[in-house]
Ligand binder design. Structure first.
Ligand code: C5P
Length: 286
């Protein structure tokens, strides 16, 4: 079985005041983007799960969410060989690990004929990571709670995201810690819901000025080069650039492929990768 596991971006990300468990309540519009890892899985007779990956820097032990997803579902006699082709950068705020976990949960459920319901998979997914439940729904959803309360909405009118990958990886817990040190949490930020239906119908240039990511300030405080890069990019392309999740990926939006190419052509930044990705591809396209 071969599964494509897409990345996500947070178009909009507001963060509240942390609860007693240290987790932060949030409100986010998340969309999948057309950049994929590939997970191949095959049932085997011997019990246990063996994960391999084409990138040596990716852990293949229990710290990998694919292995944890398998262990959360596996009955003692079941086994599988799994091969992961990693294309989504790690520490990039693109949810690659959570996406792998969600698609692996669905994959093992089918491979081992376990017949768990979608809501049971979501329950298990929520224990693996805050973004896992989003990937079980996708491709365009409003996420609340820790991220695990997911309400699908229509796809944005803008069809493309231009992603910029600084060669930096950000630690999500470190960015949240800095957010707390800077005392940035506000409950109002997550209580007041934007008019998502209206936002969804805005073209790229209409939507971008509304978008906000509350983790930009702490991420740029930890890594000033990232904030400087964002400013340079905005000057070069003449439109708003946002960060996804806890960084380091930066993005802007384009209404169609030609516009995305025109934006990318204005980026003059040595040693930085730029990709044009479908925004919120539907599951048939995945
Ligand atoms: O759930 P996930 O493993 O993605 O979270 C990584 C870390 O990010 C958590 O350990 C926590 O420090 C922080 N986090 C948070 N509030 C959230 C999501 C993540 O504080 N809603």
């Amino acid at each position: 079985m071969r599964i494509r596991s897409p990345a996500k971006i947070n178009l909009h990300l507001r963060i509240g005041v942390p609860g007693a468990d240290g987790f932060h309540p949030l409100l986010s519009w998340m969309c999948t983007v057309g950049m994929y890892d590939t997970i191949e899985m095959e049932a085997k007779r011997e019990p246990g799960v063996r994960l391999r990956c084409d990138r040596p820097d990716v852990p293949v032990d229990r710290s990998n969410l694919i292995v944890r997803a398998a262990e959360a579902l596996r009955r003692a006699h079941l086994g599988a060989d799994v091969m992961l082709q990693k294309r989504i950068p790690m520490g990039g705020g693109l949810g690659g690990g959570s996406s792998n976990a969600a698609f692996a949960l669905q994959g093992f459920n089918e491979l081992w004929r376990l017949n768990h319901s979608a809501s049971r998979l979501a329950e298990i997914g929520a224990t693996l990571g805050s973004d896992v439940v989003f990937f079980l729904h996708g491709p365009s959803s409003i996420c609340a709670g820790r991220g695990e309360r997911v309400t699908p909405i229509g796809r944005p009118l803008a069809k493309f995201a231009v992603l910029v990958f600084p060669k930096l990886s950000m630690s999500t817990p470190a960015v949240y810690r800095r957010f707390d040190e800077m005392k940035l949490g506000s409950s109002e930020a997550i209580e007041r819901q934007p008019n998502w239906n209206a936002w969804q119908r805005l073209p790229a240039e209409g939507l971008l000025p509304w978008l906000k990511n509350d983790l930009e300030a702490p991420a740029f405080s930890l890594c000033p080069e990232l904030g400087e890069l964002r400013q340079r990019l905005e000057r070069q392309i003449g439109q708003i650039v946002r960060m996804s999740g806890s960084g380091s990926t930066l993005f802007t939006l384009a209404n169609d492929f030609a516009e995305a190419e025109a934006v990318a052509a204005h980026i003059r930044q040595p040693a930085i990768d730029v990709e044009l990705c479908d925004l919120s591809p539907n599951s048939a396209e995945i």
